[in-house]
Design a protein around this ligand. Sequence first.
Ligand SMILES: [Zn+2]
Length: 280
Amino acid sequence: MSRKKENLFLFSVDLEDVRLRVHKGLSYRPRVEEMIEYYLDFLNKYQAKATFFTVGDIPKYYPSLINMLVEEGHEVACHSHKHLPITSQTSKEFRDDLLLNMESLYTAGAKELIGYRAPTYSLTKDTPWVFEVLTDLGFRYSSSVLPAQNLLYGWKDFGENPRKMNANLWEIPVSLRKGSFFKVPFSGGVYFRFLPFYFIKRSFDFHYQKNRAVTSYFHPYDIDVDQERFMHPEINNNWMYNQLMYFNRKKVFTRLHKIMKLYDSKIITYKSFVEGIDNE
Ligand SMILES: [Zn+2]
């Protein structure tokens, strides 16, 4: 049976604290809790539940955050313990890191960890063993592939629809839209802030016309208009790119509300999306 037409928006936050990955980062103010409150205000306005892909060190610095998300009915999922790209790890290192991530989140109050997102979408065709490890540890889905050639990572021929990688595990690739030069993940992070709104809108149009759910990847810093200036991690000390990391943060919620209004989008967790496609 095919899914009834709804404009699904898989809303997710990569719950991490960038301070912990920059030089002398703890000298900057902690901002994560306040930013999560803003995301929850947004979600509550639409009575929606979202997925929070969480790094293992979050509970250490924000001990009540996981419990709060669970109590409010959101999905907590894994985003690695140390936030290293998968491509730099062996299968064993990946597994050990993920076990630490799980232990940290379960100890902090997570109930059922079935979802995983790789740091910086670093799951590529060169790391297919990831799916075996995830399945072995009880995961039901991953959302870790950027299905195009990209400057950093990318899995060019993966395809843009969710794909079942084995009997138990789905990969839900990030939504892309073709720009002038290459395909871009328009629905989160820097791209959602930087691209002109008409491009974002056309991208949502394109996916919803095909009856495809739009995935997303927001971060606490994406909406933080008061964060101190520092060089963000994982951008090779690129000054230009760092400017973009701060660009247009104040517009994120305005744009999100516009999207919600334009399409009457329905925000759901990745977990409920997977349950839905498993029953089709
Ligand atoms: Zn991340």
